[in-house]
Write a protein that binds this ligand. Structure first.
Ligand SMILES: [Zn+2]
Length: 308
């Protein structure tokens, strides 16, 4: 093609400019592909589930449909988290920001959108934590709890305690910590749960039915897990704190893989300077998806976000 041949005569600055433009087109194209893919799946009315739907013109660049049964109209993005979105074409760029794990402010700057929009989009992209949680773990499964500082970031009012001066604790006041249970097997299936309390009543329902019977459950010395392992038909391996090697049976059983996972997660979360407790589950999901290398492209993010 003449066009491609002519690239050789461009100056460096022109090439860079071109690369930026090409990237923009690619991101827009990814959005359109994701929308098209969603349209193919839209075979039933989103209101009454009837299959008697017909195409009903276009509106704001989207295909509209009408249901002959309930007479409602909807478009190809209705029912998705991006249904009423104005700045749709920037979603591709935003998906790229999600891939790169950018902060709200960085993403807002990159997409040239308001900070409030950036916030709204991030959480729309993150409305898929449940679907990506591993349903069944097996083999050697490591379980442990970790704690995050309770935070009211993103909330307008604090209801159950007085606000603090510069976030400092008062004398004698204890920092409230939010427990999170994490399960990880050796094939990198992960499940995480934000708990109200760190006790058996909260932990058991998270594990119940989620680990294949006969698997090995590795935990720390906590007493909570032994009865759960027994009820779920799991072989329980407790790694006591007093054990200097932190492993048992020649290094086969340990909770180091999970501890490393948690350390990397906490290191990654540092960039956000504290995460609001109400959104903690969303951030765990984001990390889970980033850590899962099979799901790292813009297209994956868009398809995920549009399929919910
Ligand atoms: Zn209908």
């Amino acid at each position: 093609m003449d066009f491609l041949l002519s690239l050789g005569s461009l100056k460096h600055s022109q090439l860079r400019h071109l690369a930026v433009r090409v990237q923009e087109f690619l991101e827009k194209d990814e959005v359109n592909c994701a929308i098209e893919k969603r349209q193919l799946k839209l075979t039933h009315c989103i209101f009454c589930k009837s299959s008697m739907t017909v195409r009903w013109g276009h509106s704001s660049g989207l295909q509209r449909f009408r249901c002959k049964q309930c007479r409602h109209t909807f478009n190809e993005l209705s029912g998705s988290p991006f249904a009423k979105l104005q700045l749709r074409q920037k979603l591709g760029t935003y998906a790229q920001c999600m891939v790169n794990g950018l902060t709200l402010r960085q993403a807002a700057h990159k997409c040239d959108i308001a900070l409030s929009t950036s916030f709204q989009w991030r959480h729309r992209f993150l409305q898929m934590p449940e679907q990506h949680k591993s349903k069944i773990l097996s083999g050697i499964v490591e379980a442990d709890e970790t704690f995050f500082r309770e935070s009211f970031k993103g909330k307008r009012t604090i209801t159950h305690r007085k606000s603090r001066h510069h976030g400092r604790l008062k004398k004698g006041e204890q920092e409230l910590m939010v427990p999170v249970l994490l399960l990880l097997d050796r094939t990198e299936h992960e499940a995480d749960f934000v708990l109200k309390r760190d006790n058996r009543e909260e932990i058991y329902p998270c594990i119940q039915g989620r680990i294949k019977p006969g698997s090995v459950l590795c935990t720390d010395g906590s007493q909570i897990y032994a009865p759960i392992a027994e009820e779920e038909n799991l072989v329980h391996k407790r790694i006591l704190r007093s054990n200097p090697a932190r492993t048992i049976e020649n290094g086969l059983f340990h909770i180091q893989t999970l501890n490393n996972y948690i350390a990397r997660l906490k290191g990654w979360l540092n960039r956000f300077y504290g995460v609001g407790t109400q959104y903690l589950g969303n951030y765990l999901a984001w990390w889970r998806i980033l850590a899962d290398e099979s799901l790292l492209t813009i297209r994956d993010w868009l398809n995920e976000a549009l399929s919910s």
